[in-house]
Design a protein around this ligand. Structure first.
Ligand SMILES: [Mg+2]
Length: 172
């Protein structure tokens, strides 16, 4: 069940952050591409910018992306949050780094992303609370097309076991 998210939501805007706070989550780690932005969006939208400002009142907010560092840099600067690029998720190294630097335990971190085989797998392996969201767009990086192929197979298997269904959102 390493690919199964604890929560599944339509987008970062439908997550109940108050519930996360009550669960003891202190740090929100967002994936970048197709989670915060469409992959060719260079700068954050006003909507994302405002959401992050609100969340900062209650959480440490960070970006953890597999994209190249320079890709992440301009975006995170514009969004005014810390961000780590070239994270190689599903490696847990990025989350480990965050946990140490910000003094948060694995279970106090929520990893939020649009891919089971990178974001959710790294979060689950690390012991973080994992939140899967539908991808913002259909355009992906090349490597992601392969990940999506694997992801579809995992989802089909979960659907057969009746533990997950695309479009049926949940929280546990
Ligand atoms: Mg992504």
């Amino acid at each position: 069940m390493l690919f199964l998210p604890k929560m599944y939501q339509k987008s970062i805007y439908t997550i109940s952050y108050q519930n996360l706070k009550q669960k003891g989550i202190k740090c929100l780690v967002f994936d970048l591409d197709n989670t915060l932005r469409l992959i060719d969006e260079k700068l954050p939208s006003k909507k994302v910018f405002q959401l992050i400002r609100t969340l900062e009142k209650d959480f440490i907010v960070l970006i953890l992306s597999n994209s190249l560092k320079k890709e992440v840099l301009s975006y995170k600067n514009a969004l005014q949050v810390e961000g780590i690029g070239h994270a190689r998720k599903p490696s847990t190294k990025g989350l480990q780094f965050i946990s140490q630097k910000y003094h948060v335990k694995p279970h106090e971190i929520a990893m939020i992303g649009d891919q089971l085989v990178t974001d959710i797998l790294s979060g689950n392996r690390f012991g973080a609370y994992t939140i899967y969201v539908d991808a913002l767009g259909t355009k992906d990086l090349k490597i992601t097309y392969f990940n999506r192929f694997i992801e579809r197979r995992i989802i089909r298997s979960y659907e057969r076991q009746k533990i997950f269904k695309r479009g049926v959102y949940y929280e546990k």
